[in-house]
Design a protein around this ligand. Structure first.
Ligand SMILES: [Ca+2]
Length: 330
């Protein structure tokens, strides 16, 4: 078994491949000390078949700089939550999940015959402690995988999730709805209750404030590389949506930040540890550390769960400069 001190991270990326997922994938492809071991798709930002297509499209771009990366194993996953109907975010990411910029079909070179959940279980069992799991979409595939292998999360070196909302926010603060938890709260409940080595929650409490701005997009355009041009094009489409949230052309780095914190845990500058529960206010379902913003217990009896590392502060400057540098390509 590979020792956890191995500097290379062997990452299984589970993704509902919309725009921020695509950037996270490209960023990992260009990062040192990262091996993308498999990519498992799920519905969410886009239907699952579009997620598979988008993975192939990003890998094709990535392979212009990283030869052979388009051979990485890809799996097709869940097309809806454990219970109920899927909510697809076409209004944010475009009907095809990448801003509707391409019309040519493309398929992965190395599509697994296994489902995403089956592939995740098979890889985890084959090399316990070797892989890191990075879910950046609804947690449905991981929920299904836990139904096959209840000890699943203990078999990963770490699990880093883009999702959740941190501790309860300061009074009077409205948080962005975290689509990943909201899309499949039942799967999320299974994940946060499951035994694990290390589970890190990178929620909208930190991702929503980690902003890629128009200067970053211009820098990516100016790079004049296939990576920079691709990244800038899809970011422009993302900003077409987010300008109506914040009145300016910016977008949060959501999935890219989670990916970066897996590779660079030193950029986590604040974290709390404790049980995470799934809660609903009648509109949105969220995953919260069951503590108030001040660190106090909440006002109802909470469910027992193993500790999750809940990120509450990050080195945004270090992340954003590395993110733009890598996405600009070579
Ligand atoms: Ca995502």
């Amino acid at each position: 078994m590979t020792q956890p001190t191995d500097t290379v991270r062997h990452i299984i990326l589970d993704t509902d491949t919309g725009i921020d997922d695509a950037l996270a994938l490209l960023y990992l492809a260009g990062s040192e000390d990262v091996e993308i071991s498999a990519i498992t798709s799920v519905y969410g930002n886009t239907p699952v078949d579009a997620a598979v297509t988008n993975i192939a499209r990003v890998l094709a771009v990535a392979s212009e700089t990283v030869p052979g990366i388009d051979e990485v194993l890809v799996a097709r996953g869940a097309d809806g939550p454990l219970n109920g109907e899927p909510r697809i975010a076409g209004h944010v990411h475009g009907a095809d999940g990448l801003g509707d910029l391409w019309s040519t079909p493309i398929t992965p070179k190395n599509l697994s015959p296994l489902s995403s959940a089956e592939l995740i279980v098979e890889l985890a069992r084959s090399r316990p402690g070797y892989y890191d799991l990075l879910p950046v979409g609804p947690l449905t595939n991981i929920g299904l995988a836990l139904q096959i292998e209840p000890q699943l999360l203990t078999m990963f070196r770490s699990v880093v999730i883009m999702g959740g909302s941190g501790p309860f926010p300061p009074l009077g603060t409205v948080q962005m709805v975290d689509a990943n938890i909201h899309n499949d709260a039942d799967a999320a409940a299974l994940v946060f209750a499951a035994p694990r080595q290390r589970l890190v929650m990178v929620g909208v409490n930190v991702t929503a404030g980690t902003i890629v701005d128009e200067q970053a997009v211009q820098a990516l355009h100016r790079a004049g590389t296939p990576w920079g041009t691709f990244s800038a094009q899809i970011l422009e489409a993302y900003m077409d949506f987010y300008q109506f949230a914040w009145g300016r052309r910016v977008s949060p780095a959501h999935d890219g930040l989670a990916a970066a914190l897996l590779v660079h845990p030193e950029w986590i500058t604040g974290a709390l540890e404790g049980p995470v529960n799934i809660t609903t206010d009648g509109f949105a379902t969220r995953a919260h550390l069951v503590r108030t913003a001040e660190g106090l217990p909440v006002s109802w009896p909470t469910d027992d769960a193993p500790d999750t590392v809940v990120v509450v502060d990050v080195d945004r400057e270090a992340f954003l400069s590395d993110f733009v540098r890598v996405l600009a390509g070579r």
